[in-house]
Design a protein around this ligand. Structure first.
Ligand SMILES: [Fe+2]
Length: 251
């Protein structure tokens, strides 16, 4: 899987020590330990994944977030089981359909993306180690992302699984804006929900899609997926960057 993934670019390594990792480039997305034992639903490894039930984009807590994720289905739910899909929402379309006043409101905003702040959303996740804290300080990214490889098209870029803080807003205002955005991007017009079959390989572009893990009965079913992450190569460009402002045709 790493050899296949590396054809698309260098892979991210995981300095995170939360025990969800399989190998250093492979993320173990499962309610089953690496030794094959089904985990309790309160196990931090499972809680960490429950947090990924919130709309997010992978590795947004890095200064240069990832380009793409590649996920492979090893053990999947039976076809008649409820839930367990991976949902995707199209942020290019979501931006395009935003009300004009919301585009103006978001224009200059940045969100705080923080691996450490995940603990505020899921307090039972163990504290970060010094190594993790040094490797992954909080970062901010523009809420509107501009894509130089797409003729400077814009997309929404935010996450609900690392923090709810928006620069320039109070925590309460940030939470309220997040709530609005989460409802907005859940519009079925923007979404696709993938139901996993064994040996499915799903690849997605983290720059322009949000995704989330839909709930399933963790006590009844086992599931094992593995993920690799192709590293990004540019920081997130905001609409007020000189390069973006030079292109006046997009709004
Ligand atoms: Fe994810």
């Amino acid at each position: 899987m790493t050899a296949f993934s590396a054809q698309f670019g260098p892979l991210e390594l995981f300095p995170e020590e939360d025990m969800t990792k399989g190998a250093i480039e492979v993320y173990h997305v499962a309610n089953v330990s690496l030794e094959g034992e089904q985990l309790d639903e309160d196990d931090p490894r499972v809680v960490y994944q429950r947090n990924n039930g919130r709309w997010h984009t992978d590795s947004s807590y890095r200064y240069i977030p990832s380009l793409a994720s590649i996920m492979y289905g090893i053990e999947v739910l039976p076809h008649n089981a409820e839930g367990g899909e991976t949902g995707f929402s199209n942020m290019l379309l979501a931006y395009e359909r935003l009300p004009k006043e919301m585009k103006a409101k978001l224009m200059h905003l940045h969100q705080v993306h923080s691996y450490g702040e995940i603990r505020r959303l899921e307090p039972s996740i163990p504290p970060m180690s010094d190594h993790e804290r040094n490797a992954l300080p909080p970062v901010t990214h523009p809420v509107i992302r501009v894509h130089s490889d797409r003729d400077y098209q814009r997309s929404l870029y935010f996450t609900s699984n690392t923090s709810l803080e928006i620069g320039g807003l109070t925590h309460e205002e940030g939470k309220e804006l997040h709530g609005w955005l989460v409802d907005y991007v859940s519009n079925p017009d923007f979404c696709y929900f993938h139901r996993w079959r064994q040996n499915d390989l799903v690849m997605w572009d983290n720059r322009v899609l949000l995704h989330r893990a839909m709930e399933y009965d963790l006590t009844k079913y086992r599931r094992v997926l593995r993920r690799t992450t192709v590293a990004g190569d540019v920081p997130v460009m905001g609409p007020y960057w000189p390069e973006a402002l030079a292109v006046t045709s997009r709004a």
